[in-house]
Design a protein around this ligand. Structure first.
Ligand code: HEC
Ligand code: HEC
Length: 198
């Protein structure tokens, strides 16, 4: 019995030493942040300076799209254009389809002249869509309501389209997009293929 206990103690000690080694290989608390300064003191921590495109609208080089139907990022300077308010939206001046082609700007696509929200109604204690009872509006897939004018859901362009700062990424990005057609590398067609595969 004593002999067996000794064996057990020995095994436990081996385990302790082994796990001790494992602990020694992990990173210290100071090393786990993406920044290379102490996590406990802010004084010497300065964020990289942002460097946005200074090229004026009309003179900038388009930024490659991140993936098919990704919102394109803003390639030009937006000085004086942000924030977008109820009474001021400079983006519309140049990007509405009536103006954009005349100044070589990309037109706001048809998807922005539509709403994708199902218009459901509460009738008594039932949720109804198109006269039929449904459990949840998410059961109604990809309904498109075309609009005459820009949908309110798209008014604040900068919530999806943003200028990009030229900084070295802290973590390497290995993602490479697959575009199904050459056209989709530099333009979008979401409204046409929205229901694809459903
Ligand atoms: C004075 C006209 C003008 C204004 C105002 C303007 N843009 Fe542009 N925008 C352009 C032009 C022209 C281009 C094409 C690139 C170039 O020539 O600089 C462009 C390019 C873009 C692109 C890239 C499109 C693509 O196909 O990759 C986006 C996104 C964009 N603008 C969004 C905006 C947003 C959002 C605003 C408002 C904050 C805005 N623009 C205001 C003229 C303008
Ligand atoms: C809710 C997010 C969202 C908002 C808000 C939004 N967009 Fe977009 N935008 C997208 C996405 C996603 C795409 C690409 C897919 C598509 O065509 O719908 C896109 C595409 C575009 C394109 C490229 C069209 C093409 O043919 O390649 C332009 C230009 C554009 N948007 C301009 C604007 C402007 C200007 C506003 C503000 C009036 C705006 N967007 C508001 C998400 C948004």
């Amino acid at each position: 019995m004593i002999k067996r206990n000794l064996v057990l103690v020995g095994a436990a000690l081996t385990l302790l030493v082994a796990s001790g080694c494992a602990v020694a290989q992990t990173s210290s608390e100071e090393e786990i942040g993406l920044r290379k300064t102490s996590l406990y003191a802010e004084e010497k921590t300065v964020a990289d300076t942002t460097s946005y495109s200074k090229a004026a609208a009309g003179e900038s080089k388009l930024i490659p799209r991140s993936f098919e139907n990704a919102p394109p990022m803003i390639s030009h300077d937006v000085e004086g254009m942000l924030p977008i308010t109820r009474d001021y939206n400079a983006c519309l001046d140049c990007h509405v389809p009536e103006i954009a082609p005349t100044i070589n700007a990309t037109s706001i696509p048809p998807s922005h002249y539509a709403s994708f929200r199902p218009v459901a109604q509460n009738v008594g204690d039932q949720l109804k869509y198109d006269g039929k009872a449904i459990d949840n509006t998410s059961d109604v897939i990809s309904v498109v309501h075309k609009r005459e004018s820009l949908s309110g859901e798209r008014y604040v362009c900068s919530s999806c389209h943003a200028p990009q700062s030229e900084n070295a990424p802290l973590v390497e990005n290995n993602f490479t997009p697959d575009f199904r057609s050459k056209d989709s590398i530099a333009s979008s067609n979401l409204i046409d293929n929205l229901n694809e595969g459903l």
